[in-house]
Ligand binder design. Sequence first.
Ligand code: MEV
Length: 325
Amino acid sequence: MTRSTAPGKVYLFGEHAVVYGEPAVPCAIERRATVSVERRSDDRLRVEAADLTIDGFAVEYGAGGTDGPEIDVSDGLVSAATAYVDEAIAQARDAAGEDAGFDVLIESEIPLGGGLGSSAAVVVATIDAATRELGHELDRAELAERAFRTEYEVQDGQASRADTFCVTSGGAVRVEGDDCRRIEAPDLPLVVGFDGGAGETGELVAGVGALREEYGFASDTVGAIGDLVREGEAALADGNIEEVGRLMDFNHGLLSALGVSARSLDSMVWAAREAGALGAKLTGAGGGGSIVALDHMEEVETALELTPACEEVFRAELAEEGVRR
Ligand code: MEV
């Protein structure tokens, strides 16, 4: 049995626009997915997933294998998770040059589809654990690249390297196209509000793509997010937290204009701002899921807890360490 764990992430700036080559700044956070992998004597794949929400319900399903799924996977989120794991195992098999079968156990503190990097964490930890189970050790660069290819396949060619690079390397990172690196960031007091729901990343990314094709101003909005990210990087480098917060607010507005916010996300964003947060925005693909607010004053946490749309509030500590064994 081989085990790997990878952190979740929040975006300070730049989700969606990063898919079109604009820069983005995600940060890894101390909520982890742990994947345990054991080689089977046949070539089948069996995946068991537990605790895929903060509430922690258990789901169990089979995936892949020569005979197809062991049980019917009808829940949309579960079938999306299955697709990521199937593709991650395909990458591990390719890296090791062996069509091995596996029993895979996923334990995650990161809600599935909640905007906090659950799929990237599961993909990175699965590829890392499965390749090591087959006696191969990938360096972080190859691991991040194979994890990116996994998301790219599952999301029909619309994915950036941001999530997978961030959870592989840990810390705060900057991603622009295939230029991915860690950056210095001041200690940011971040609080996350989670609405208990989820968005479907592939559909949301495709929706922004369609809007961009149809309207020039949607394309301009993507460019404006890129400009904002560059301002945000300068504010981070100067340690100007107030400016970081102001730019997070702008970023939320621009993401709303691209149609990826939701009433639940807007209500949590406004509750955090009205309670004195320096800034607040949705994080990840949107459509439901999570917001990130800058400043974890008690007033902000309480305001989020009292927001009917909010199911869970937690402080997000920066995860300095990415994937680990
Ligand atoms: C999802 O966490 C982030 C998106 O920008 C998609 C991607 O970068 O692949 C929406």
